[in-house]
Design a protein around this ligand. Structure first.
Ligand SMILES: Cc1cc2nc3c(=O)[nH]c(=O)nc-3n(C[C@H](O)[C@H](O)[C@H](O)COP(=O)(O)OP(=O)(O)OC[C@H]3O[C@@H](n4cnc5c(N)ncnc54)[C@H](O)[C@@H]3O)c2cc1C
Length: 363
């Protein structure tokens, strides 16, 4: 388990909140059951210092999914010393690193040129295996594990065909059907971007392709973009001045931070979103952009505090997507525009004109 599992942030909140832990525990439990059916025993090591107790044999080969966060790489090094032989898979992204049409260290800094190069000269690898699409489909259900991910895919794609209008609905905030909600399963390794891509292509054959079916691939490329940016820039992703080294001074006002985190700022859009996050462990992309902008540009609080809070709370927490998006909004990342401030009043009017979203969470 992550070293951070039981640790506390200097601001006083758990580095990994219970909602995230439950999702991860459910994912591991399902994996454990699936492996048992194949006669494989899964051992969960709570503390990395206990790895010696496993008495790993000389002929045992470690096979694993490689991850590129700085903490993940450190953990990998510790574990590798125990094994003579190891094989890593690098299939967290839709685009395989080996298929990038540029060298990793030359990954474009701007999303549009990254995407265009991949779309023109790159290619996507097929998933190693494909899960069976079940008869049963289920709307969004916060439960870790591949089964729930596939149930959701069946519901969102084949049963409701929401994929065909995804581009028009994806900026919503209310309910669970305006976007795919694949993020928690993607982040926890329950489903891969390559599997989703395969099913988008299958869906297009059955129901036709349009700008919405393409747009889900477009968003998965945003995910790839941040993954490869993290690989390119490493620990700079987590530094206050970000990957572009811009020094910005913030107020270290803990009270203001907590007002934001607890949904008590007085700005209804921000408060509704922060309440949803605290209760469910999830927030829409529209919401995330607004609350991040508000913390940084309206309250002038250090963006890293906000990123750490989301790391603690989000059941879909992923180092590259979280810290990359936060840097982007703080103006120390990949945004070609220097200052990305959202006007939360006009955003509320545009994306929640009937106040339904705000009423649901503010009560
Ligand atoms: C401040 C901030 C923090 C964020 N933190 C995370 C995080 O920790 N983990 C995470 O997975 N996403 C993060 N995102 C990106 C995005 O908000 C979520 O991926 C998305 O809202 C998840 O909902 P969905 O699966 O329904 O997305 P959909 O709209 O259905 O998109 C499909 C998939 O594309 C990917 N995607 C979409 N938008 C983005 C994006 N902007 N950046 C990277 N990938 C994207 C996700 O994997 C998502 O599941 C963050 C965005 C912001 C602004």
């Amino acid at each position: 388990m992550d070293e951070k599992y039981d640790q506390i942030h200097p601001l006083g909140f758990p580095l990994i909140d219970d909602k995230r832990k439950s999702f991860l525990d459910e994912s591991i439990q399902e994996l454990k059951n699936n492996l048992l059916r194949l006669g494989i025993k899964l051992t969960v090591i709570k503390d990395i210092n206990n790895i010696h107790d496993l008495e790993i044999l000389d002929d045992e080969i470690l096979t694993y999914q490689k991850l590129h966060g700085t903490e993940e790489l450190k953990l990998e090094l510790t574990i590798l010393t125990e094994f003579k032989e190891h094989i890593s898979f690098d299939n967290f992204t839709l685009t395989d690193a080996s298929d990038l049409p540029f060298q990793l260290e030359k990954t474009p800094e701007v999303f549009t040129s990254f995407r265009k190069k991949i779309e023109k000269y790159g290619s996507f690898q097929k998933p190693i295996t494909l899960p069976e699409i079940p008869l049963e489909s289920k709307p969004y259900h916060t439960r870790g594990g591949e089964k729930s991910a596939i149930n959701r895919l069946k519901y969102y794609f084949y049963e409701k065909q929401f994929l065909s209008k995804y581009k028009e609905t994806r900026n919503g905030m209310l309910g669970t059907d305006f976007s795919s909600r694949f993020s928690p399963w993607l982040a926890n390794g329950n489903i891969s971007a390559r599997t989703i891509y395969y099913f988008i292509k299958d869906y297009e054959k059955q129901f036709g392709s349009n700008s919405s079916t393409y747009w889900l691939i477009f968003e998965l490329l945003w995910r790839d973009f941040f993954q490869f940016q993290l690989r390119k820039h490493g620990s700079l992703f987590f530094k206050k001045s970000g990957i572009n080294g811009k020094a910005i001074t913030y107020r270290n006002n803990k009270n203001l931070f907590w007002t934001w985190a607890n949904g008590g700022t007085g700005d209804d859009l921000v408060d509704a979103n922060m309440t949803e996050l605290k209760i469910t462990g999830w927030m829409s992309n529209r919401g995330r952009q607004n609350v991040a902008s508000y913390l940084i540009h309206d309250l002038n609080i250090n963006w890293r505090w906000g990123a750490a809070w989301m790391e603690s709370q989000l059941i879909d927490y992923d180092p590259a997507s979280n810290w990359g998006n936060w840097m982007y909004i703080a103006g120390v990342g990949n945004d070609p525009r220097p200052f990305r401030k959202f006007n939360t009043q006009s955003q509320a009017e545009r994306y929640d004109p009937l106040e339904s979203y705000r009423k649901k969470w503010l009560k």
